[in-house]
Structures are given as structure tokens and as C-alpha cells.
Design a protein around this ligand. Structure first.
Ligand code: NDP
Length: 235
């Protein structure tokens, strides 16, 4: 689970562990958070859990990390591409660096991790890839041209990989969360205004997204799908 040290990724890691999966957490900077989540997972669910510091946007670093995980666990069956960042701003003012960095982490990072897992999935004739996109990638969001483009790109990536790997029994799906309460969104000033636009009337939780991920691990006849977990917001 990339970005498994916090927020939605940590909730997905815990959910998959609760179903008996051993967990590898990939994160970029906060060693203490990754270590704490791993300790909790081992204690609460009696599965193996290890953490790996890696910038997923770096092709070679991602390659080494996937190799290290395979070495430690024997194989990988589920890849959750959840690591993501925002660098918001209106397009008229956005720097090239802010545009590229968001694409590099959110989209290229998912490609890198997938690329390095595919050979193993094919060899073992099975696997699950789950990409965490966003309703910003479906609808576009003002002030998030970089983020919306990265998340829309992730939907294209999901469908192309789903078609490539379907003959091998490997599924690839995406989850598009709406507003979920995590570090990424806790500073959003207009939460009441946001809630009033959500048909189900509340901000979502990381656990809501984790349940969808657990479903996509179990679903063997679903591939290339984008599952909205947004309280109906992008309906
Ligand atoms: P958080 O900001 O809470 O956590 C981000 C996670 O990604 C952290 O574990 C962080 O590690 C890791 N990370 C960041 N950059 C990199 C990198 N270059 N390489 C490896 N890991 C990295 O995010 P959320 O839990 O809110 O979001 C998770 C995903 O869900 C993201 O893809 C986001 O776009 C998506 N999403 C979130 C929504 C929301 O409302 N929260 C809505 C729609 C989609 P570290 O802390 O060590 O840097």
C-alpha cells in the first residue's frame, strides 16, 4: 500500500490486514508514522507488516522497493497505488514545477509501482491493482489543474492496464473518493458548504474508502472500473 503511513492508505492497510493479508507500507518521509501504523497492524491483526521508505515517482527507487518487498514477503498479490499529493493553485499562476511534481507522484508513481509488479503478477497468474484516483479526475476542480490531470490520467492508466492484464487473470480498478477527512483535507475552510453539496450529507471517512478497496480485492469479475466513494457528489 503506497502512502500507507497515514490517512486513506493507513485505513486500507488496516482493512486488508483485518482480512488476513500481510502488509508492506510504502511512504516517502515520515518514518515514525509508518513505524507506528505497522506496529498497530501487527498487534491488532497478527499479520506481518513492514515499512519501506521510497519516493514512488523515482523509477529506480520504486524498482528496488518492489524487489525488497518480494524478498521479504516472497510475493506480492495486491498493489494499492494510493500515494498522492496536492499543490493547489490557479492555472494562471501555477509553476511548471508544481504541475510536474503532482503528475510525477500521483500518476508516474502509480505507473512505476505497477510496472515493477507486473512480471510477478503474470508469473503467479493473478493479482489485484487498485488505484486511488479522485472525483477531481472525473469532474475537474478549479485550482487543481495539476491534481485533476494526474487523477484523470490515473483513470486512463487503470483502464489500459486492465485490458492488458485481463487475459492473465489480473484485475485493475480505481476508486474515486470525494471529500474524505484526512490530513490532506483537514484545513478545508468551507466544510459546511462542502457538506451541503453532498447528497448523503456528510464528509466521508478513510474507512469508507478502505471498504471499497477490500471489495475490489474480492471481486474477481470486475476490472477497469472506477468506483466512486463520494456520498453521491459526482453523480
Ligand atoms: P495524506 O496526505 O493523508 O497521506 C499521503 C500519503 O502518501 C502519506 O503516507 C505520504 O507519506 C505518502 N506519499 C506522499 N508522497 C509520496 C511519494 N512521493 N512517494 C511515496 N509516498 C508518498 O493523503 P490522503 O490519505 O488524504 O490521500 C490518499 C490518496 O487518496 C491520495 O492519492 C489522494 O489524492 C486521494 N484522495 C484523497 C481525498 C481526500 O479527501 N482526502 C479525496 C480523493 C482522493 P509521508 O507522510 O511519509 O510523506
Amino acid at each position: 500500500v503506497t502512502g500507507g503511513s497515514r490517512g486513506i492508505g493507513a485505513a486500507i492497510a488496516r482493512k486488508l490486514a483485518s482480512k488476513g493479508a500481510d502488509i508492506a507500507i510504502v511512504y516517502s518521509s515520515d518514518d515514525n508514522a509508518a513505524s507506528a501504523v505497522c506496529e498497530e497492524i501487527k498487534k491488532d491483526f497478527s499479520v506481518n507488516c513492514r515499512f519501506y521508505r521510497c519516493d514512488v515517482s523515482d523509477f529506480e527507487e520504486a524498482k528496488k522497493t518492489v524487489a525488497a518487498i518480494k524478498n521479504d514477503f516472497g510475493s506480492i498479490y495486491i498493489l494499492v497505488n494510493n500515494a498522492g499529493i496536492t499543490r493547489d493553485g490557479l492555472s494562471a499562476m501555477m509553476s511548471e514545477e508544481d504541475f510536474r511534481r503532482v503528475i510525477d507522484v500521483n500518476l508516474v508513481g502509480a505507473f512505476n509501482m505497477t510496472r515493477h509488479c507486473i512480471a510477478g503478477f503474470i508469473r503467479q497468474r493473478g493479482g489485484r491493482i487498485i488505484n486511488i484516483t479522485s472525483i477531481s479526475g472525473l469532474m475537474g476542480n478549479a485550482g487543481q489543474a495539476n491534481y485533476s490531470a494526474s487523477k484523470a490520467g490515473l483513470i486512463g492508466l487503470t483502464k489500459a492496464i486492465a485490458r492488458e492484464l485481463a487475459p492473465r487473470g489480473i484485475t485493475c480498478n480505481a476508486i474515486a473518493p470525494g471529500f474524505i477527512l484526512t490530513d490532506m483535507t483537514k484545513d478545508l475552510a468551507q466544510q459546511d458548504e462542502i457538506k451541503s453539496r453532498i447528497p448523503l450529507g456528510s464528509i466521508g471517512s478513510a474507512e469508507d474508502v478502505a471498504s471499497a478497496a477490500a471489495y475490489l480485492v474480492e471481486a474477481s469479475y470486475v476490472t477497469g472500473e472506477v468506483l466512486r466513494v463520494d456520498g453521491g457528489l459526482a453523480m
